[in-house]
Design a protein around this ligand. Structure first.
Ligand code: SAM
Length: 258
């Protein structure tokens, strides 16, 4: 069992109202999607429950969705079926991706929704970014979204109890995040996520998972992207905003003089 196999069952309680419909999730990437050729081949390499992948398929793109968690991949396949979408869903962690797909396959790779911090430290991140880069065709783009860890670390360890119930599938739940911030940036950090569902009889069922993560600074991420052969084209990084998006492109193959 990997991290997220338990949360997969109740993951929709963690997705914002705005991003729950697949079409809306995809629409949040309209700007980068407009850069794609028609019928482009795209990969969502930490697909979670598949909202983005299914939304992208709804745009007529050829979509592959992968995730380290078997349960997440199953949910993505179920969501695709529910929407009649054509998504190839495969269980693979980032380092395994080159075992499943040829180099230079995808026009765009998405790694979104606070996923990359689960790569184990600088070494794990380098391996993950290297895999994503290999799979991109020359000129293809990696679209990555991230928490602003500079902000998260400044707040220190804490308990974040949401101030309203979240309603999904006719059921209310309270969502709790417990942040365990380690002394040093490079240390393993933890986020414990608990979803306490209240059923019709008033009883409470809690599903929780303790997730490991390794934060990184924005400038460190840019250097690591560069190391993986990716050049940052655009970044929305802002020290005062909770999240940011980076778009990085893979260098075109250099033309060798004859
Ligand atoms: C916070 S969720 C984000 C899911 C989805 N992208 C979204 O925005 O809703 C992080 C996802 O990353 C996946 N993940 C964690 N470590 C991974 C790894 N090493 N390789 C691939 N996926 C991983 C988890 O299984 C989980 O589905």
């Amino acid at each position: 069992m990997t991290d997220y196999d338990v949360l997969a069952e109740v993951y929709e309680w963690l997705i914002s109202d705005a991003k729950l419909p697949p079409a809306e999730f995809a629409a949040s990437f309209d700007d980068v999607l407009s850069l794609l050729p028609p019928n482009a081949h795209v990969l969502d390499c930490s697909c979670g429950t598949g909202q983005l992948a299914v939304g992208l398929a709804g745009r007529g793109l050829r979509v592959v969705a992968t995730d380290a968690s078997e349960a997440m991949v199953r949910r993505t396949a179920e969501l695709s079926e529910e929407f009649g979408a054509s998504v190839q869903a495969v269980r693979a962690n980032w380092e395994e991706l080159p075992d499943h797909f040829e180099d230079d396959t995808f026009d765009m790779v998405f790694c979104v929704g606070n996923s990359l911090h689960h790569a184990a430290g600088a070494t794990g991140r380098a391996a993950a970014l290297e895999s994503m880069s290999r799979l991109l065709r020359p000129g293809g783009r990696l679209v990555l979204t991230s928490r602003t860890w500079e902000l998260v670390r400044a707040r220190g360890s804490r308990l974040d109890i949401r101030d309203r119930l979240v309603r999904r599938n006719g059921r209310d739940a309270l969502v709790i995040y417990r942040w365990e911030i380690a002394p040093q940036w490079e240390d393993e950090h933890h986020i414990e996520i608990a979803i306490a569902q209240v059923d019709a009889t008033g009883s409470v069922r809690v599903r929780s998972e303790l997730l490991s993560c390794w934060p990184y600074r924005h400038d460190q991420l840019e250097a690591e992207l560069h190391q993986a052969g990716l050049r940052t084209e655009m970044s929305t990084f802002d020290l005062e905003a909770e999240n940011y998006m980076v778009v990085a492109s893979k260098a075109q193959t250099p033309v060798r003089p004859t």
